[in-house]
Ligand binder design. Structure first.
Ligand code: PDD
Length: 291
């Protein structure tokens, strides 16, 4: 079987085989989910929007009051080394930082002498197949039971996990999270809606992760003259949509064609989503060609 984690991995300043990494059970990531992560797509061995991903990582670290253990150049050097060592052209780079392991369990932060645990590795990046894209995917909607800082990309993901698992148990690809009647995002994706040719996007608030793909989609819409409206999307608007898509670094732009067992629009991927997917591919290729 093809391994899904390339070696060496990056662990606390070293590049090691996975089997040589060791995390204490007192690590606050393990005890409390006290840590942050990033997922950066790599195409043709080039990290896509790496500065934006590392900026979001820095923002999340600041948001949980954990000093960034590496500067921009430091993270880029780690990423470059992982990318070069991995066997795949397209990869996903996972970065994680936790608040480290103290010698006791205490909710409050440990002394500053405790060093954060840093871990990063590469996996193969597999975009949705042409067949899945042609069909679109089915999703469910569920109440958003997450905390009030969903803009931070933290590793404590239990509410997202439970929502996604419910989707899987109902043979669906994703769960859309509804809070107080409004669509926020998916369990691991941002969600866009199209109505009467206008692209609707939920606003960036503390109740949504600011997706890097979300930003690219809005930039491409602007560049190609696609009308956009950014604003809260009520559940009723979601259910009346002509098109609904999910976006993320791994799914790119993927049509949602069934919501809670009902067809979205005519039940097929729509023309605006198709165009956006093509613009996204063209943009990716132009970035990769630039080197
Ligand atoms: N998830 N919203 C949530 C809750 C997410 O977890 C993600 C990404 C996104 C999309 O963000 P981006 O476009 O930057 O990938 C939105 C990643 C892929 C993950 O958890 O693995």
């Amino acid at each position: 079987m093809t391994p899904s984690v390339a070696e060496p991995v990056y662990f606390n300043g070293q590049f090691l085989p996975l089997a040589e990494t060791h995390v204490s059970p007192l690590d606050r990531g393990f005890l409390y989910g006290d840590g942050v992560y990033e997922m950066i797509p790599v195409y043709s061995r080039q990290a896509f929007r790496v500065d934006e991903h590392l900026k979001r990582l820095a923002g999340t670290l600041a948001g949980i009051k954990l000093p960034n253990p590496l500067d921009l150049a430091g993270w880029k050097a780690v990423i470059e080394k992982l990318v070069a060592a991995a066997p795949w052209e397209d990869q996903s780079i996972y970065l994680q930082v936790t608040r480290g392991a103290d010698n006791k369990r205490d909710h409050a932060f440990p002394p500053t002498t405790v060093t954060p645990t840093r871990f990063a590795f590469s996996s193969p990046l597999v975009a949705p197949s042409a067949e899945i894209r042609a069909r679109g995917v089915a999703v469910i909607s569920v109440p958003d039971q997450r905390w009030a800082r969903c803009d931070l990309k933290v590793i404590s993901l239990l509410a997202n996990i439970l929502a996604r698992q419910q989707a899987v148990e109902e043979n669906c690809a994703e769960a859309l999270l509804i809070r107080d009647g409004y669509l926020k995002e998916g369990a691991a994706s941002n969600i866009f809606v199209v109505k009467d040719g206008i692209l609707l996007a939920p606003p960036k608030t503390q109740l949504m992760l600011p997706g890097i793909t979300y930003d690219v989609v809005l930039e491409l819409a602007e560049r190609h003259g696609q009308p956009v409206k950014i604003g809260e999307i009520h559940e009723t608007e979601l259910r009346r949509a002509d098109e609904v898509w999910m976006t993320s670094s791994t799914k790119e732009i993927l049509a949602i064609t069934t919501l809670d067992g009902q067809p979205v629009g005519n039940g097929k991927p729509g023309p605006v989503g198709e165009k956006m997917w093509q613009w996204y591919q063209d943009f990716k290729n132009s970035v990769m060609r630039k080197g």
